[in-house]
Design a binder for this molecule. Structure first.
Ligand SMILES: Nc1ncnc2c1ncn2[C@@H]1O[C@H](COP(=O)(O)OP(=O)(O)O)[C@@H](O)[C@H]1O
Ligand SMILES: [Mg+2]
Length: 279
Protein backbone atom coordinates (compact mmCIF):
# COMPACT_ATOMS: atom_id res chain seq x y z
CA UNK A 1 0.00 0.00 0.00
CA UNK A 2 2.74 2.46 -0.81
CA UNK A 3 1.91 3.82 -4.28
CA UNK A 4 -0.91 6.20 -4.61
CA UNK A 5 -1.46 6.14 -0.92
CA UNK A 6 -4.42 8.03 0.36
CA UNK A 7 -4.34 8.67 4.04
CA UNK A 8 -6.83 10.26 6.35
CA UNK A 9 -5.84 11.11 9.85
CA UNK A 10 -8.95 11.48 11.90
CA UNK A 11 -6.78 12.26 14.83
CA UNK A 12 -5.32 15.74 14.94
CA UNK A 13 -2.56 16.39 12.45
CA UNK A 14 0.26 17.91 14.47
CA UNK A 15 2.74 18.51 11.71
CA UNK A 16 1.71 22.17 11.49
CA UNK A 17 3.61 22.40 8.21
CA UNK A 18 0.71 21.50 5.98
CA UNK A 19 -0.88 24.09 3.74
CA UNK A 20 -3.52 26.14 5.54
CA UNK A 21 -6.37 24.83 3.42
CA UNK A 22 -5.47 21.29 4.39
CA UNK A 23 -5.41 22.07 8.10
CA UNK A 24 -8.77 23.85 7.80
CA UNK A 25 -10.07 20.73 6.14
CA UNK A 26 -8.88 18.65 9.08
CA UNK A 27 -10.60 21.04 11.48
CA UNK A 28 -13.83 20.75 9.51
CA UNK A 29 -13.66 17.01 9.70
CA UNK A 30 -13.04 17.09 13.43
CA UNK A 31 -15.98 19.47 13.85
CA UNK A 32 -18.16 17.05 11.96
CA UNK A 33 -17.18 14.20 14.23
CA UNK A 34 -18.01 16.21 17.31
CA UNK A 35 -21.41 16.94 15.80
CA UNK A 36 -22.06 13.22 15.49
CA UNK A 37 -22.34 12.84 19.26
CA UNK A 38 -24.78 15.76 19.67
CA UNK A 39 -26.83 14.68 16.73
CA UNK A 40 -27.01 11.18 18.17
CA UNK A 41 -28.42 12.40 21.46
CA UNK A 42 -31.00 14.63 19.80
CA UNK A 43 -32.12 11.89 17.49
CA UNK A 44 -32.47 9.21 20.14
CA UNK A 45 -35.76 10.51 21.58
CA UNK A 46 -37.08 11.01 18.08
CA UNK A 47 -36.20 7.47 17.00
CA UNK A 48 -37.78 6.00 20.13
CA UNK A 49 -41.01 7.83 19.25
CA UNK A 50 -40.87 6.50 15.68
CA UNK A 51 -40.27 2.96 16.97
CA UNK A 52 -43.71 2.82 18.64
CA UNK A 53 -45.97 3.47 15.61
CA UNK A 54 -43.56 1.42 13.50
CA UNK A 55 -44.19 -1.51 15.79
CA UNK A 56 -47.96 -1.13 15.28
CA UNK A 57 -47.44 -0.97 11.50
CA UNK A 58 -45.20 -4.09 11.59
CA UNK A 59 -47.74 -6.14 13.53
CA UNK A 60 -50.59 -4.78 11.37
CA UNK A 61 -48.76 -5.70 8.17
CA UNK A 62 -48.08 -9.21 9.45
CA UNK A 63 -51.83 -9.65 9.84
CA UNK A 64 -52.81 -7.92 6.57
CA UNK A 65 -50.01 -9.73 4.70
CA UNK A 66 -51.73 -13.03 5.48
CA UNK A 67 -55.28 -11.87 4.84
CA UNK A 68 -55.22 -9.48 1.86
CA UNK A 69 -53.63 -11.70 -0.83
CA UNK A 70 -56.24 -14.34 -0.06
CA UNK A 71 -58.97 -11.81 -0.81
CA UNK A 72 -57.34 -10.48 -3.97
CA UNK A 73 -54.26 -11.98 -5.66
CA UNK A 74 -53.35 -8.53 -7.07
CA UNK A 75 -52.63 -7.32 -3.51
CA UNK A 76 -49.71 -9.73 -3.14
CA UNK A 77 -47.14 -7.47 -4.80
CA UNK A 78 -48.06 -4.21 -3.00
CA UNK A 79 -48.10 -6.10 0.31
CA UNK A 80 -44.60 -7.47 -0.45
CA UNK A 81 -43.30 -3.98 -1.21
CA UNK A 82 -44.82 -2.47 1.93
CA UNK A 83 -43.31 -5.29 4.01
CA UNK A 84 -39.92 -4.63 2.44
CA UNK A 85 -40.15 -0.93 3.33
CA UNK A 86 -41.27 -1.75 6.87
CA UNK A 87 -38.32 -4.13 7.27
CA UNK A 88 -35.91 -1.49 6.05
CA UNK A 89 -37.35 1.03 8.53
CA UNK A 90 -37.08 -1.53 11.34
CA UNK A 91 -33.45 -2.25 10.42
CA UNK A 92 -32.63 1.45 10.51
CA UNK A 93 -34.30 1.88 13.90
CA UNK A 94 -32.51 -1.20 15.32
CA UNK A 95 -29.14 -0.01 14.02
CA UNK A 96 -29.67 3.40 15.48
CA UNK A 97 -30.68 2.09 18.88
CA UNK A 98 -27.64 -0.19 18.94
CA UNK A 99 -25.52 2.81 17.95
CA UNK A 100 -26.92 4.89 20.82
CA UNK A 101 -26.26 2.16 23.39
CA UNK A 102 -22.55 2.75 22.95
CA UNK A 103 -22.87 5.61 25.45
CA UNK A 104 -23.64 3.28 28.36
CA UNK A 105 -20.42 1.51 29.19
CA UNK A 106 -17.81 0.68 31.80
CA UNK A 107 -14.14 -0.03 31.24
CA UNK A 108 -12.23 -3.14 32.28
CA UNK A 109 -9.00 -4.95 31.35
CA UNK A 110 -9.58 -6.80 28.11
CA UNK A 111 -7.33 -9.39 26.47
CA UNK A 112 -7.37 -7.79 23.03
CA UNK A 113 -6.03 -10.85 21.16
CA UNK A 114 -8.68 -13.07 22.70
CA UNK A 115 -11.32 -10.53 21.70
CA UNK A 116 -10.00 -10.59 18.13
CA UNK A 117 -9.94 -14.40 18.17
CA UNK A 118 -13.62 -14.37 19.11
CA UNK A 119 -14.37 -11.99 16.24
CA UNK A 120 -12.40 -14.22 13.85
CA UNK A 121 -14.44 -17.21 15.04
CA UNK A 122 -17.65 -15.36 14.24
CA UNK A 123 -16.51 -14.75 10.67
CA UNK A 124 -14.56 -17.98 10.12
CA UNK A 125 -17.22 -19.83 8.13
CA UNK A 126 -18.05 -16.85 5.97
CA UNK A 127 -14.36 -16.33 5.27
CA UNK A 128 -13.96 -19.91 4.09
CA UNK A 129 -17.05 -19.68 1.89
CA UNK A 130 -15.81 -16.43 0.32
CA UNK A 131 -12.17 -17.42 -0.24
CA UNK A 132 -10.99 -14.94 2.33
CA UNK A 133 -7.98 -15.82 4.41
CA UNK A 134 -7.60 -14.25 7.84
CA UNK A 135 -4.04 -13.77 9.11
CA UNK A 136 -3.43 -12.98 12.75
CA UNK A 137 -0.16 -11.35 13.54
CA UNK A 138 0.51 -10.97 17.22
CA UNK A 139 2.78 -12.56 19.78
CA UNK A 140 1.94 -14.97 22.56
CA UNK A 141 2.26 -12.50 25.43
CA UNK A 142 -0.89 -11.20 27.09
CA UNK A 143 -1.85 -7.76 25.75
CA UNK A 144 -4.55 -6.06 27.77
CA UNK A 145 -6.35 -2.86 26.84
CA UNK A 146 -8.68 -0.71 28.86
CA UNK A 147 -11.99 -1.25 27.17
CA UNK A 148 -15.57 -2.32 27.26
CA UNK A 149 -15.33 -5.78 25.76
CA UNK A 150 -18.72 -6.05 24.08
CA UNK A 151 -18.70 -2.54 22.72
CA UNK A 152 -15.12 -2.74 21.44
CA UNK A 153 -16.07 -5.99 19.69
CA UNK A 154 -18.53 -3.96 17.58
CA UNK A 155 -15.51 -2.18 16.06
CA UNK A 156 -13.99 -5.42 14.80
CA UNK A 157 -17.34 -6.78 13.64
CA UNK A 158 -17.77 -3.65 11.55
CA UNK A 159 -14.23 -3.92 10.16
CA UNK A 160 -14.89 -7.54 9.18
CA UNK A 161 -18.26 -6.75 7.62
CA UNK A 162 -16.80 -3.93 5.54
CA UNK A 163 -13.75 -5.98 4.53
CA UNK A 164 -16.01 -8.83 3.36
CA UNK A 165 -18.12 -6.36 1.36
CA UNK A 166 -14.94 -4.96 -0.21
CA UNK A 167 -13.66 -8.41 -1.29
CA UNK A 168 -16.53 -10.15 -3.13
CA UNK A 169 -14.00 -12.30 -5.01
CA UNK A 170 -11.94 -13.18 -1.96
CA UNK A 171 -8.68 -11.86 -0.58
CA UNK A 172 -6.79 -11.46 2.65
CA UNK A 173 -7.50 -9.88 5.98
CA UNK A 174 -4.48 -9.20 8.13
CA UNK A 175 -4.76 -8.18 11.77
CA UNK A 176 -1.65 -6.93 13.54
CA UNK A 177 -1.50 -6.16 17.26
CA UNK A 178 1.49 -4.62 18.97
CA UNK A 179 2.58 -2.41 21.83
CA UNK A 180 4.13 0.90 20.83
CA UNK A 181 5.70 3.90 22.48
CA UNK A 182 4.18 7.01 20.93
CA UNK A 183 6.95 9.33 19.88
CA UNK A 184 6.26 10.62 16.41
CA UNK A 185 4.10 13.58 15.55
CA UNK A 186 0.54 12.94 14.52
CA UNK A 187 -1.67 10.47 16.31
CA UNK A 188 -3.03 13.14 18.65
CA UNK A 189 0.02 12.77 20.81
CA UNK A 190 0.73 15.22 23.55
CA UNK A 191 0.16 18.62 21.98
CA UNK A 192 -3.10 19.72 23.56
CA UNK A 193 -4.87 19.16 26.86
CA UNK A 194 -7.57 17.21 25.03
CA UNK A 195 -5.16 14.84 23.30
CA UNK A 196 -5.85 11.23 24.13
CA UNK A 197 -2.19 10.25 24.36
CA UNK A 198 0.92 12.06 25.50
CA UNK A 199 4.36 11.77 23.94
CA UNK A 200 6.08 8.77 25.48
CA UNK A 201 2.81 7.01 26.34
CA UNK A 202 2.45 3.39 25.40
CA UNK A 203 -0.43 2.47 23.13
CA UNK A 204 -1.80 -0.84 21.98
CA UNK A 205 -2.04 -0.67 18.21
CA UNK A 206 -4.49 -2.77 16.23
CA UNK A 207 -4.11 -2.70 12.45
CA UNK A 208 -6.89 -4.19 10.37
CA UNK A 209 -6.01 -4.57 6.69
CA UNK A 210 -7.84 -5.97 3.71
CA UNK A 211 -6.87 -6.48 0.08
CA UNK A 212 -10.21 -5.25 -1.23
CA UNK A 213 -11.36 -2.57 -3.62
CA UNK A 214 -10.08 0.32 -1.52
CA UNK A 215 -11.76 3.65 -0.88
CA UNK A 216 -11.57 6.40 -3.53
CA UNK A 217 -9.80 9.56 -2.39
CA UNK A 218 -12.88 11.79 -2.75
CA UNK A 219 -14.96 9.46 -0.57
CA UNK A 220 -12.40 8.97 2.19
CA UNK A 221 -13.35 12.11 4.19
CA UNK A 222 -16.98 10.97 4.31
CA UNK A 223 -16.74 7.38 5.45
CA UNK A 224 -17.16 8.15 9.16
CA UNK A 225 -20.31 10.20 8.64
CA UNK A 226 -23.56 8.62 9.83
CA UNK A 227 -25.68 7.20 7.01
CA UNK A 228 -22.89 7.54 4.45
CA UNK A 229 -22.77 4.39 2.34
CA UNK A 230 -21.73 3.47 -1.18
CA UNK A 231 -23.61 0.19 -0.91
CA UNK A 232 -27.02 -0.43 -2.37
CA UNK A 233 -28.10 -3.47 -0.45
CA UNK A 234 -31.16 -3.18 1.77
CA UNK A 235 -29.22 -4.20 4.83
CA UNK A 236 -26.44 -1.61 5.00
CA UNK A 237 -27.40 1.55 6.83
CA UNK A 238 -24.12 3.45 6.60
CA UNK A 239 -23.79 3.57 10.38
CA UNK A 240 -20.93 1.08 10.76
CA UNK A 241 -17.92 3.38 10.68
CA UNK A 242 -19.62 6.26 12.50
CA UNK A 243 -20.29 3.75 15.27
CA UNK A 244 -16.63 2.63 15.09
CA UNK A 245 -15.48 6.22 15.40
CA UNK A 246 -17.78 6.91 18.32
CA UNK A 247 -16.60 3.76 20.13
CA UNK A 248 -12.91 4.55 19.62
CA UNK A 249 -13.54 8.09 20.91
CA UNK A 250 -15.32 6.69 23.96
CA UNK A 251 -12.20 4.63 24.66
CA UNK A 252 -10.10 7.79 24.24
CA UNK A 253 -8.29 6.11 21.42
CA UNK A 254 -7.44 7.25 17.91
CA UNK A 255 -8.29 5.89 14.49
CA UNK A 256 -6.66 6.37 11.11
CA UNK A 257 -7.43 4.97 7.72
CA UNK A 258 -5.20 4.45 4.70
CA UNK A 259 -6.49 3.19 1.41
CA UNK A 260 -5.32 2.63 -2.13
CA UNK A 261 -7.68 1.86 -5.01
CA UNK A 262 -7.73 -1.84 -5.90
CA UNK A 263 -5.06 -2.61 -3.34
CA UNK A 264 -6.81 -2.41 -0.06
CA UNK A 265 -7.59 -0.56 3.10
CA UNK A 266 -5.96 -0.39 6.49
CA UNK A 267 -7.60 0.90 9.65
CA UNK A 268 -5.24 1.60 12.56
CA UNK A 269 -6.53 2.14 16.05
CA UNK A 270 -4.52 3.11 19.12
CA UNK A 271 -5.97 1.98 22.45
CA UNK A 272 -4.86 2.48 26.02
CA UNK A 273 -3.02 -0.37 27.77
CA UNK A 274 -4.94 -1.69 30.79
CA UNK A 275 -2.67 0.19 33.21
CA UNK A 276 -3.39 3.66 31.78
CA UNK A 277 -5.68 6.01 33.68
CA UNK A 278 -8.51 7.10 31.41
CA UNK A 279 -12.21 7.82 31.55
N1 LIG B 1 -12.71 -2.03 4.10
C1 LIG B 1 -13.31 -1.20 3.24
N2 LIG B 1 -12.99 -1.25 1.93
C2 LIG B 1 -13.60 -0.42 1.04
N3 LIG B 1 -14.52 0.51 1.38
C3 LIG B 1 -14.87 0.61 2.67
C4 LIG B 1 -14.29 -0.23 3.67
N4 LIG B 1 -14.83 0.11 4.87
C5 LIG B 1 -15.69 1.11 4.62
N5 LIG B 1 -15.73 1.42 3.31
C6 LIG B 1 -16.54 2.48 2.67
O1 LIG B 1 -17.08 3.30 3.70
C7 LIG B 1 -18.51 3.37 3.58
C8 LIG B 1 -19.12 3.52 4.97
O2 LIG B 1 -18.92 2.33 5.74
P1 LIG B 1 -19.95 2.00 6.87
O3 LIG B 1 -20.08 3.19 7.76
O4 LIG B 1 -19.54 0.72 7.51
O5 LIG B 1 -21.33 1.85 6.12
P2 LIG B 1 -21.92 0.64 5.22
O6 LIG B 1 -21.02 -0.55 5.37
O7 LIG B 1 -23.28 0.43 5.82
O8 LIG B 1 -21.96 1.17 3.82
C9 LIG B 1 -18.88 2.09 2.86
O9 LIG B 1 -20.14 2.23 2.20
C10 LIG B 1 -17.71 1.94 1.88
O10 LIG B 1 -17.87 2.78 0.77
MG1 LIG C 1 -20.33 -1.21 7.23
Amino acid sequence: MTDNLVKLLLAEDNSGKEALSESEDTQNRLGQHEKIATLGQLSLGFIRQIAKPLNVITIGMEFLGNVLPKIDEKLKEPVRRINQAVNKANNLVDDFLQFSRTSEFELESVDICQLLDEAIDLFGHRALANSIEIHRNWCEELIEVKANKNILQQVFINFFTNAFDAMPKGGDIRINVYNKKLEEVGNRVGYRATDHFKTGDRAIVVEFEDTGQGIPKDILPMIFQPYFSTKETEKRAGLGLSMVHLIVERHQGTIEVESAANKGTRFTINLHPAGNEIG
